[in-house]
Design a binder for this molecule. Structure first.
Ligand code: KG4
Ligand code: ZN
Length: 341
């Protein structure tokens, strides 16, 4: 089955074609970073307008890359949520209408399920069951993945998401949007001994996260200090260490609690090399294994949507003619996979 995937939930237009036999056969991405950078963050209205401008030409480009005509597509998957509603509606309208015109099954995909399954696009994919840490700009989730479509959220952030904490701290340090990668780069020049930030929620049992206390601690230090380049780098590394520590300790707890020995990390923050290094060490110690997507599939992309859609469409799932888009959509609400025989 050949599935066209359309991702427009935030500031990236991602289009891909996944073939259930050949794997990924086309992948195109158009980043809106230059559009939003001047505002220091994503401007939803500008995001929607740019998806409208880019999505159709990018679909043509992806089909050319796959050497396919539209008529050779067997199914369509688009991101139905969670995300920015205007941006989602662009992909949903295009995806659903194209599915109707081509008379192929169409499905609205959950963006976080797609992130979670992105490592399945790699050569050495994890087998089920596994533990997943999803760290993106809008979510921080620890999930027990028993099998495809069977997810149990064990912990989540009670306030900011990990990526959001990176972005806000980066903004405070005067770094350009998107803040996460810029902060990680600055941290390379920092002295990690100069500052020490709290690791919120560690004293409490459980697997939930909180990042707002850490953010306040950084604000307080920044207010009292002259922010020269070296000081900014010292703050960046201390902040990154605190986030990475916090995520690592919670993963360790979840592994102990579930007995699982395979850990998957995905979502934008899983591109952070320090986080990967720390979690690799942890899994080595525990005689387990760490799985993550290649860097370009950590952040938003069409490939993960095409893959996830293909898995569900092949199991017989499809939407009716409704154009589906939900700004908020908990992974717990996601229907378990129904197998039609
Ligand atoms: O998954 P994603 O592309 O979009 C959402 O679904 O939210 O994640 C974007 C987030 C942003 O907050 C960005 O700053 C963060 O991922 N990010 C990073 C790195 N690369 C992206 N955070 C820390 N270190 C990185 N290298
Ligand atoms: Zn995302």
């Amino acid at each position: 089955m050949r599935v066209l995937g359309i991702e427009t939930s935030c500031d990236e237009t991602g289009i891909a074609v996944y073939d259930s036999e050949k794997g990924l056969i086309a992948n195109e991405l158009f980043s809106q970073i230059p559009i939003h950078a001047q505002y220091g963050g994503v401007v939803p209205e500008l995001a929607s307008r740019d998806h409208i401008r880019i999505a159709l030409p990018l679909i043509e480009k992806a089909l050319q890359q796959a050497h396919l005509s539209k008529q050779q597509i067997d199914g369509i998957a688009y991101t139905a949520g969670p995300g920015l509603i205007g941006a989602l509606l662009v992909g949903a309208t295009i995806g659903r209408s194209l599915g109707f015109a081509l008379d192929v099954p169409t499905l609205g995909v959950h963006h976080m399920e797609a992130h979670l399954l992105a490592p399945m696009l790699e050569n050495n994919p994890p087998s089920y069951p596994f533990l997943a840490l999803i760290v993106s700009g809008g979510h921080t989730l620890l999930i027990r993945v028993s099998s495809f479509g069977d997810y149990d959220v064990l912990g989540e952030s009670l306030d900011d998401a990990a990526g959001e904490a990176f972005d806000k701290t980066a903004h405070l340090l005067g770094l350009s949007y998107p803040g996460g990668p810029a902060l990680a780069k600055l941290a390379e020049k920092g002295n990690e001994k100069r500052f020490h930030f709290p690791r919120p929620m560690l004293k409490r049992p459980g697997l939930d996260f909180s990042f707002s206390g850490l953010k306040t601690a950084v604000v307080n230090v920044a207010k009292k200090t002259t922010l020269d380049e070296q000081t900014k780098a010292n703050i960046a590394i201390a902040f990154q260490e605190a986030v990475v520590d916090l995520l690592t300790i919670k993963c360790q707890r979840a592994i102990k609690q579930t007995g699982l020995r395979r850990l998957v990390i995905a979502g934008g923050v899983s591109a952070n090399l320090r986080l990967r290094e720390k979690l690799k060490q942890l899994m080595h110690q525990l005689e387990g294994e760490l799985f993550y997507p290649r860097l370009e599939f950590c952040t938003d992309n069409g490939a993960m949507i095409a893959y996830t859609g293909c898995q569900r469409l092949m199991r017989g799932e499809k939407d009716d003619l409704e154009i589906k888009a939900r700004a908020r959509w908990s992974l717990n609400e996601l229907s378990t996979v129904v197998i039609h025989t």
